[in-house]
Design a protein around this ligand. Structure first.
Ligand SMILES: Cc1cc2nc3c(=O)[nH]c(=O)nc-3n(C[C@H](O)[C@H](O)[C@H](O)COP(=O)(O)OP(=O)(O)OC[C@H]3O[C@@H](n4cnc5c(N)ncnc54)[C@H](O)[C@@H]3O)c2cc1C
Length: 412
């Protein structure tokens, strides 16, 4: 087979689909190739939070020491498996290099601007027919604390968020319960991030796909195996469903982007960071406001037809096995808030994590018709639409609506 498209996108997760959406909107004929979106990919099964509140990147002071301290705790929310794999060692070295107050200060305005823009774009996309049931809700986010330790962390984040111009409120216990009477967790207070939102990510992805197909996009279930290049450009993409031609190529393949980029001689520092979730069907969520339990690092998101409980970040390569002990803090919350959670299996997926907590969005220097969009880590839902918009602007040669220098694919 040899059909010609304007842009071929490898990866049908939220990032790839968002790239396809903005490219199609600008008039490009797009083809999305994905080998199985609803399995280990992160874009379904995640907590669905759209979080301008997450202005502090994962690579922040104290994270490595917490990881070491938690190494022996089978229920800890962060797990770094020791490994001699050179790519993992390099990633970890880069990660610890960025765990500084300076890097946090550098990242805050970047993440704030990206996520606020993305929040607006979610609104635009979901205002269209076909997106009525994706559950976009602008109810804010409650960051709950119980221990003194978590309270201190939350209040520090509140100060940073306020300095960055975000709309927040510090609440004591009673004020928190007044705002969300369905809470059952024992807490001492919370920080309320008013601008945060949430969505049913699985439904959003399906709605995006239906919209793209209805407007002429191709979507193919196949694995990309390699590329044909000529004169510093990719001219053909070989897949298990045959060969496809396109003028431009976008690698939005989540945690698997490094193996595809390597075929073009491009190295990209992304590691899979496994997370878990438990989705309990409910006729009507008792909850209105999405929450993060800062002590347990567990998320609770009400979505249409279900409540999803999520958490855990495990850096242990592509090991998709589920460690039920590590998932148990998530399961305890699911059982406390819902009926029948014990019958629901734990889901696992890989977040594509960059070592500095910022995504990779840009052109591959040696192949000017190839773009990379990955490395969104804990924020891929939040940053999906803005990434799609930036990639479309780059591919079409227009001025990007945000400064993309911090996302350079060769920055490490
Ligand atoms: C438990 C959990 C909770 C989360 N909660 C949130 C949240 O609340 N808010 C938020 O903003 N983010 C959240 N995230 C992060 C977010 O889910 C990810 O950052 C995001 O989904 C990454 O999207 P992606 O499209 O880059 O990658 P993916 O969703 O992994 O998609 C990549 C796709 O590429 C395809 N692919 C890879 N290689 C090939 C190949 N060779 N050929 C064909 N196809 C290929 C895969 O099949 C896959 O479908 C969470 C993640 C987890 C795990």
């Amino acid at each position: 087979m040899s059909e010609k498209y304007d842009v071929l996108i490898v990866g049908g997760g939220i990032v790839g689909m968002s790239c396809a959406y903005y490219l199609q909107k600008a008039g490009s004929r797009v083809l999305i190739v994905d080998r199985g979106r609803y399995s280990e990919a992160a874009s379904t099964g995640n907590a669905g939070m759209i979080v301008p509140s997450h202005i502090v990147p994962l690579s922040a002071p104290g994270v490595i020491s917490k990881g070491i301290k938690w190494l022996m705790n089978p229920e800890s929310p962060l797990y770094i498996k020791p490994s001699a794999n050179p790519k993992f060692m390099k990633w970890l070295w880069l990660f610890q290099k960025h765990c500084t107050a300076d890097h946090v200060a550098y990242s805050i305005p970047i993440l704030r601007d990206l996520s606020l823009m993305s929040l607006d774009l979610f609104g635009d996309i979901c205002a269209q027919p076909g997106f009525e049931n994706v559950g976009l809700a602008h109810d804010g986010l409650l960051m709950l604390h119980r221990s003194e330790y978590a309270r201190k962390d939350n209040l520090e984040l509140a100060d940073l968020a306020e300095e960055a111009g975000l709309d927040i409120k510090r609440l004591d216990r009673d004020e928190t319960f007044d705002l969300e009477p369905a809470l059952k967790t024992e807490i001492t207070g919370s920080v309320y991030f008013k601008q945060d939102a949430s969505i049913h990510p699985d439904r959003f992805l399906r709605a995006l796909e239906a919209h793209l197909i209805a407007n002429g996009a191709g979507v193919i279930d196949a694995a990309v195996k390699g590329f044909e290049t000529s004169g510093g450009k990719v001219v053909g993409v070989n897949t298990t469903a045959g060969k496809f031609m396109a003028d431009q190529l976008v690698l939005a393949s989540g945690s698997w982007t490094p193996e595809l980029a390597a075929k073009l001689g491009q190295s990209i520092a992304v590691q899979p960071a496994k997370g878990y979730s438990i989705t309990v069907p409910v006729s009507k969520p008792s909850f209105r406001i999405p929450c993060i339990l800062a002590d347990e690092k567990v998320t609770i998101t009400p979505m249409p037809g279900c409540i999803r409980f999520g958490g855990t970040l495990a850096l242990q390569g592509f090991d998709i096995s589920i460690d039920e002990r590590r998932a148990s803090p998530i399961r305890r919350q699911a059982e406390a808030y819902t009926e029948g959670a014990e019958n629901v299996p734990t889901w696992a997926g890989f977040r594509p994590a960059s070592p500095d907590g910022l995504p990779f969005i840009g052109v591959v220097p040696d192949h000017q018709n190839v773009f990379i969009a990955t490395g969104h880590g804990m924020m891929g839902v939040t940053l999906g639409p803005v990434t799609g918009k930036l990639i479309a602007e780059l591919a079409l040669g227009s001025e990007p609506s945000q400064n993309i220098d911090p996302f350079n694919v060769n920055r490490h």
